[in-house]
Design a protein around this ligand. Structure first.
Ligand code: GAR
Length: 213
């Protein structure tokens, strides 16, 4: 496919950036033929995600939240300026630890996805893996979903189920779930960028891939 026709994607990340890396690697391997990761934005100047972006030759921008304490909409306005200047069409939240305001939600309706380390609607918010362990769940996993105004409440696109072992700690369970995150997130982005994902209310349907018929 012509590079011009690809969906221009920005990844927002606050920390380690292993999911960003999985997306960058998938693109490099040719597994995201209709998407291009053009920009990485972080709210944390120390985020390893910024270094990963630079190493991959992708523009990395730190947008400083400190002048906008408790003024989320204004901060999102700053992010929006950067997104617009890079002609970004789609947003991926990869460990971006902020709740988005209407400024971004209205600018990108049904065009923002997030990954969460639990089987939503169970265990939303922070420390999804720890919540699953403490609750005594026998399975957990990860969820890729569209972002709406709630915390981890938007329509679910893909989920992967991961067993919880008797001897799991938060770290071992997180590491097992993370392996599935790294496969599920690029797959969701690929399906969306190829126009194979349809949203009807809360339900998301994956169309048959005409190339696989
Ligand atoms: C991932 O496990 C992601 O699912 C989680 O943060 C981690 C980021 O890791 N996100 C959330 O908990 C969102 N509620 P990464 O920076 O290595 O991709």
């Amino acid at each position: 496919m012509d590079a011009q026709k690809k969906m221009n994607v920005a990844v927002l990340a606050s920390g380690r950036g292993s999911n960003l890396q999985a997306l960058l690697d998938a693109e490099k391997r040719g597994e995201l033929p209709c998407a291009h990761i053009a920009l990485v934005i972080s709210d944390n100047p120390e985020a390893k995600a910024l270094q990963r972006a630079q190493a991959a030759g992708v523009e990395a921008v730190f947008v400083d939240p400190t002048p906008f304490k408790k003024r989320r909409a204004e901060y999102d306005g700053e992010i929006l300026k950067v997104l617009r200047s890079h002609h970004i069409e789609f947003l991926v939240l990869a460990g971006f630890m902020r709740i988005l305001s209407d400024v971004l939600l209205n600018a990108y309706p049904n065009k923002i996805i997030n990954i969460h380390p639990a089987l939503l609607p169970a265990f939303p918010g922070l420390h999804g893996q720890r919540q699953a362990l403490e609750y005594g769940a026998k399975v957990s996993g990860c969820t890729v979903h569209f972002v709406d105004a709630g915390v981890d409440t938007g329509p679910i696109i893909l989920q992967a189920v991961v067993p919880v072992m008797d001897d799991d700690t938060e770290d071992t369970l997180s590491a097992r779930i993370l392996q599935y995150e790294h496969r599920t997130f690029p797959k969701a982005l690929d399906l969306i960028s190829r126009g194979l994902v349809r949203v009807e209310g809360r339900r998301v349907f994956i169309e048959e891939d005409p190339e696989q018929k």
